[in-house]
Structures are given as structure tokens and as C-alpha cells.
Write a protein that binds this ligand. Structure first.
Ligand SMILES: [Zn+2]
Length: 222
């Protein structure tokens, strides 16, 4: 089953009001389609000329990107940092479910939370080694030198967001691993690596996941 999703999306031109319907990527999985990393980095997907008046029409539709990097496996890009993210997530719910289902077993090594970023930051992130950047947190000045998108500060914010969500991601990964356990030794190893799994909150969350796993496990937001 294909993981990446294309959809027919209606977009309205701010200049002339013309509504056009275009085929757009709604979800991209970069393990399935590694060649799309270059396309993401190029950034022109974030807007398209109006077919009637030629003015640039900004993409309004969020873009789900999975497995850009193991350090940030689930990303939802939106046009504007100020946009209501919960609203964007709920709008994308059908796509999220489709992607989770299509990931199959790989879903269990693709933990949440769903991290937000802007289109510009996504384009820039596609050119970077995220693991190195999250570890070293380069200064905004040094990011600006490499960024073509003038979004250095937002990129830095994104790096901090990845850092802050590390515990949650680790926890979710551990819960997901428990669902794939194939023997007591493996079970013991996971518990030793993740003592936080013994908390009541973890037990409740695990029961919830185990009940839902057949229907496709959930992805959480931070
Ligand atoms: Zn127009």
C-alpha cells in the first residue's frame, strides 16, 4: 500500500478570487519516496501561479511529512507559524489515519508527537542534517548563511521543539515497541531501557493502544 498521499485540492486566488482545483501532495513519506526530499528542499511547492491572473497563490493545505529524519519522524507543515495547529491536525485526520495504516509495522518505529513547522522551515530542514542541528543548536546567524528562505529563527524554534519533544517521542516509541514484543527477554529489555513504562500513565496509554492497534494505532500531538 502506498504511504504518500496525493489529493485534489481547491485553492482560491487572493487577487482575483478564481478557484482552481489542483493535484497536490497531502502526505509524503521520505523512506518510500526519498527522491522527494530534493523537491521539498526546492520549496516552490508552497505556492503556485493562479491559472487565471497569474498571481502567486500560497498553498493553504497542510502537508504531512513522515520519516524525514528518525529524530523527527512525524511532521505537519502549515503555511504560517501562527496558524491554529490543532485545527490543522483535525483537518488532516483522514490523511493521518491513511498514512498510519499504510505504514503498517513501520508505524511502530515512527513515533509521535506530530511536530509543527512552516513550509519554509520544512524546505530548509530537507537540506539539513537534523540530528546534528538538534544536537548542536547552531546560532541563528550561522543558519541564515545557509538558508535561502529567511526562516532561520523559525528553523531554530523547530530544532528546540524537536529537543523538547524527545522524552515524549522516546516514551511513544517504547509503548509501540511493547506492541511488537515476541518473548520475555525482549519484554524485559524494553522495560529496563524504559523504566517510565512502569508508571500508571504508561499502563493506561498502553491499554488504550493495545485496544486500538488492530484499527491502526494513534498518533498524538505534543
Ligand atoms: Zn488569480
Amino acid at each position: 500500500m502506498r504511504i504518500s498521499v496525493v489529493g485534489q485540492i481547491e485553492q482560491t486566488c487572493d487577487s482575483c478570487g478564481h478557484v482552481s482545483s489542483n493535484k497536490l501532495w497531502r502526505a509524503i513519506d521520505l523512506v518510500e519516496r526519498p527522491q522527494l526530499r530534493t523537491w521539498l528542499a526546492e520549496g516552490s511547492w508552497a505556492s503556485a501561479p493562479c491559472s487565471k491572473c497569474g498571481a502567486g497563490v500560497e498553498r493553504a493545505e497542510p502537508l504531512l511529512v513522515t520519516r524525514l529524519d528518525p529524530i523527527a519522524p512525524v511532521l505537519l507543515a502549515v503555511s504560517d507559524e501562527q496558524q491554529d495547529f490543532d485545527k490543522a491536525v483535525s483537518k488532516m485526520q483522514p490523511v493521518l489515519l491513511q498514512v498510519q495504516h499504510a505504514l503498517g509495522r513501520a508505524r511502530l518505529s515512527t513515533p509521535g508527537p506530530i511536530l509543527r513547522l512552516t513550509f519554509d522551515v520544512l524546505a530548509f530542514a530537507a537540506t539539513r542534517d537534523l540530528a546534528v542541528d538538534v544536537k548542536t543548536l547552531p546560532s541563528v546567524d550561522s543558519i541564515i548563511e545557509g538558508s535561502r528562505h529567511g526562516s532561520a529563527e523559525l528553523y531554530k524554534l523547530f530544532l528546540i521543539r524537536i529537543r523538547k519533544s524527545a522524552d515524549q517521542r522516546r516514551f511513544e516509541l517504547a509503548l509501540d515497541q511493547l506492541l511488537t514484543v515476541d518473548g520475555p527477554a525482549e519484554f524485559e529489555r524494553i522495560l529496563q531501557t524504559h523504566p517510565e513504562l512502569l508508571s500508571q500513565a504508561a499502563r493506561d496509554e498502553f491499554s488504550n493502544r493495545a485496544a486500538n492497534v488492530a484499527a491502526g494505532p494513534i498518533m498524538t500531538t505534543s
